[in-house]
Design a protein around this ligand. Structure first.
Ligand SMILES: *Cc1c(COP(=O)(O)O)cnc(C)c1O
Length: 386
């Protein structure tokens, strides 16, 4: 297409769409065909087959995702974990070493700590605030550095510029899990990251109805990861690809609204006498405030907070709410609420959680697209009952 859109919200609608339109269809149809008639393709990876991630549904998504983050290439996968595990197993081989941020998504943390040994890959966790420590942990066989745009559930923003600079200086592949920020708020390729990973289950799809993943970044790396994915098999089903494609078109509208709504809710909670602490990088009181302001367009719909009182007070508050649904996961149109200790961080040892600041009473909120006033009113009611 020689008339490529430059604005983010226009790319969401038009980037990667087939030209000419398929039989005039305005919306990308679902190609529910496992295999395609042979048309002289050369090489295994070019044969058209769903597992090889090359149906028209996959190709359109790859172009759209790459355009959104101003990156060279992209690849969709069957889940966020498929994106993460396939990328790490492509970038690292036996004998290699990884530096990884110390507060990772539970599934990623478990993959590194329990599965890496089988592949003879070693790792060290690093404090993302302390580049001097990274240097101490660097080894001759260190090949990559891995971090997250915003940590879960405390919403801390690592020193992302330093991560990229460190990777370049020591010739490491830099990977970032950009799920929480979404491409609306942060585009890693623009800052020099090699690979951006997503659980597309969350903001990208946004409707809590599929599991999917995405890998966005340097063309050369995406090609290598595609070969691994073709063997490991974590490809995306065309039906899920269609839903992701449809969900993504409203990404900008949803996330801009969620950025604003979460900020208002964080400000409301911060001034409430029954609330002890609020974690949201959009609050001026937050220690990531200026860094987030410099790097991000907004701070997402994710926040966490602690009420004054004990676990039972936190549980009672959550049950009294009528709009937020008590459920894990995030980034959808419905507001979801959890206590991370019972869900996302249940697998982590209590002493490790406490070292990171994840207390038993901490509550995490994923703000949906309901009216902010209704959510605040609901919280006011639930907090008012003693
Ligand atoms: C949910 C999530 C994942 C895993 O994604 P799935 O789609 O559930 O496999 C990875 N990273 C982050 C930050 C997540 O929130």
């Amino acid at each position: 297409m020689n008339n490529s859109p430059t604005q983010f919200s226009t790319k969401l609608i038009h980037a990667g769409e087939p030209h000419p339109r398929i039989n005039g269809a305005v919306t990308m149809p679902i190609f529910q065909s496992s295999t395609f008639e042979y048309a002289g393709e050369e090489g295994y990876d070019n044969v058209r087959y769903i597992r090889l991630n090359n149906t028209p549904n996959h190709l359109a998504l790859h172009q759209k995702l790459a355009a959104l983050e101003n990156a060279e290439a992209a690849l969709v996968t069957s889940s966020g974990m498929a994106a993460i595990s396939t990328s790490l197993l492509t970038v690292l081989k036996n004998g290699d070493h990884l530096l990884a941020q110390d507060c990772l998504y539970g599934g990623t943390n478990t993959f590194i700590t329990s599965d890496f040994a089988k592949f003879e890959i070693t790792y060290d966790f690093i404090d993302a605030e302390n580049p001097d420590e990274w240097k101490k942990k660097l080894k001759p066989n260190t090949k990559a550095i891995y971090c997250e745009a915003m940590t879960n559930p405390l919403l801390q923003v690592a020193n992302l510029k330093a991560v990229v600079a460190f990777a370049k200086e020591h010739n490491l592949v830099s990977l970032i899990d950009n799920t929480f920020a979404s491409p609306v708020n942060f585009r890693p390729a623009e800052h020099g990251f090699d690979l951006s990973l997503h659980s597309a289950t969350k903001y990208l799809n946004g409707h809590t109805d599929i599991v999917a993943g995405a890998i966005i970044g340097k063309k050369e790396l995406i090609e290598k990861i595609t070969h691994s994915l073709n063997h490991l098999g974590g490809s995306l089903d065309p039906h899920a690809a269609f839903l992701l494609h449809r969900g993504m078109k409203t990404l900008s509208l949803r996330v801009h609204f969620q950025n604003e709504s979460a900020l208002k809710i964080a400000q409301y909670l911060e001034q409430h006498p029954k609330v002890a602490k609020v974690n949201y990088p959009g609050l001026q009181s937050n220690k990531s405030y200026s860094r987030a302001k410099e790097l991000f367009n907004g701070n997402s719909g994710m926040l966490s907070f602690e009420l004054r009182g004990n676990v039972s007070d936190a549980e009672k508050f959550m049950k009294r709410l009528s709009l937020p649904i008590i459920a894990p996961s995030l980034g959808g149109v419905e507001t979801l609420i959890t206590r991370p200790v019972t869900t996302s961080h249940a697998g982590m040892k209590k002493e490790n959680r406490e070292r990171l600041g994840i207390t038993d009473t901490l509550i995490r909120l994923s703000v949906g697209i309901e009216a902010t006033e209704d959510l605040i009113e609901d919280m006011e009611r639930a907090l008012g009952v003693s």
